[in-house]
Design a protein around this ligand. Structure first.
Ligand SMILES: [Zn+2]
Length: 231
């Protein structure tokens, strides 16, 4: 893809650079230099990518709750996580959690860790889904009909997360702020289907919107006012 931008006579010498561009390794140039060095030696060893929640999560009293009986309590927990993610400077103003739908058992949580992990895909919803699937030991959270799961997210899912949710086996999505609230402070929500989040309903996933929306917006604004990075 890099080659397209080079004149033909420069392309032969740029092959190494083009490999780097397509792999899109990090902005960490010492790693990049090591990568170039190793290219000449043989097969490259790629870095492992591990999702590790920040340590403060385990000190957060809310995380000691086992069950959250009302939808409001579940969302309150998620909005508080989004606030703590910015005060602890571990990522953007977004959080998510997965609950067993009937009893409200907390199964997993996720935080936006795009900046802290240097990874554009580390959105709160994706992190929560990945952890829940590891915990349950199945890539499909809808695998067991006796256990139905819902995702709470402090802000409506972006285009990427909207794409990921139907594959996850989640049966209900509950949202705080709207996508336009995130756009209001400059975040890019991507190209969503015409019906936006309601497109999930066509795929058999129930959608609940605007739960504690004002509280979630307050966190978005707090992040903006603190000069947080927008992406
Ligand atoms: Zn997303």
């Amino acid at each position: 893809m890099f080659l397209r931008y080079l004149p033909a006579d420069k392309r032969e010498n740029s092959i190494e650079i083009s490999i780097l561009a397509s792999i899109s390794l990090p902005t960490n140039y010492s790693k990049l230099a090591e990568f170039v060095k190793n290219l000449k030696k043989g097969p490259m060893k790629y870095p492992e990518v591990t999702i590790k929640l920040p340590d403060w999560v385990y000190d957060f009293p809310g995380n000691r709750e086992k069950t959250f009986t009302s939808l409001e309590n579940r969302m309150k927990f998620v909005v508080e996580l989004s606030r703590l993610n910015i005060t602890n400077q571990t990522g953007g103003p977004f959080a998510a959690a997965i609950f067993e739908i009937n009893e409200g058992i907390l199964v997993s949580l996720g935080l936006n860790m795009v900046t802290s992990m240097n990874s554009s895909i580390m959105h709160a919803e994706i992190v929560a889904i990945a952890i829940a699937q590891q915990l349950i030991g199945n890539y499909d959270l809808g695998n067991d009909p006796s256990r139905v799961y819902e995702l709470h997210t402090s802000t409506e899912p972006c285009a990427m997360c909207l794409g990921a949710i139907p594959w996850s086996g989640i049966r209900r999505v509950v949202c705080g702020a709207r996508g336009e609230d995130a756009e209001q402070i400059g975040f890019d929500e991507g190209h969503k289907p015409d019906k936006g989040i309601l497109s999930l309903e066509e795929q058999g996933i129930t959608v609940v919107r605007d739960l504690l929306r004002d509280d979630a917006i307050t966190v978005l604004k707090q992040y903006q006012q603190s000069g947080g990075q927008i992406y």
